[in-house]
Write a protein that binds this ligand. Structure first.
Ligand SMILES: Nc1ncnc2c1ncn2[C@@H]1O[C@H](COP(=O)(O)OP(=O)(O)OP(=O)(O)O)[C@@H](O)[C@H]1O
Length: 134
């Protein structure tokens, strides 16, 4: 990095800082939000199931999209909750609306992920249960 021109060096530095802030945001949300820790656990379980059932590349892509969408919605919800509490610690209908809509985004993402998970894993788990019974 030392032989880079100053303008490019500061650009790289800013990019590295941005990644640092983003990771700090995820870590801080993980510490404060129980829901997010549940998503982390669910993500680990789903990845384990994916390897166990040797799912296809397309199925991995769907699982990654579904899990990523839930994480994104949950992190955005956490950010909106924090900002709402800062701007409107007192009761206000708009503050309530902001929080309800953000929570709605999480709900829809989680439902979509549930559908993806059920379509990919339910038939395999069902088959496994039948085989274990025989
Ligand atoms: N300042 C406020 N003004 C009006 N309504 C609010 C306000 N704060 C919270 N609410 C209402 O209470 C609900 C719950 O808010 P809260 O901040 O407790 O979030 P939460 O759903 O418990 O989220 P989490 O469990 O993820 O922290 C909101 O969805 C909203 O309907």
């Amino acid at each position: 990095m030392a032989d880079l021109p100053p303008s490019q060096r500061s650009l790289l530095r800013r990019r590295a800082d941005s990644f640092g802030h983003a990771f700090r945001g995820v870590a801080s949300a993980l510490r404060s939000e129980v829901h997010l820790r549940f998503h982390a656990l669910a993500t680990v379980v789903v990845i384990g199931l994916g390897f166990y059932f040797n799912i296809s590349r397309t199925e991995w892509a769907l699982v990654a999209l579904a899990a990523g969408t839930v994480w994104t919605a949950e992190l955005a919800n956490t950010a909106i909750e924090a900002l709402t509490d800062l701007v409107s610690p007192e009761y206000h209908p708009l503050a309530g609306k902001a929080k309800d809509v953000a929570a709605g985004a999480v709900l829809l993402a989680a439902l979509a992920a549930l559908v993806v998970g059920a379509l990919i894993f339910a038939p395999r788990l069902f088959q496994l249960a039948i085989e274990n019974q025989e």
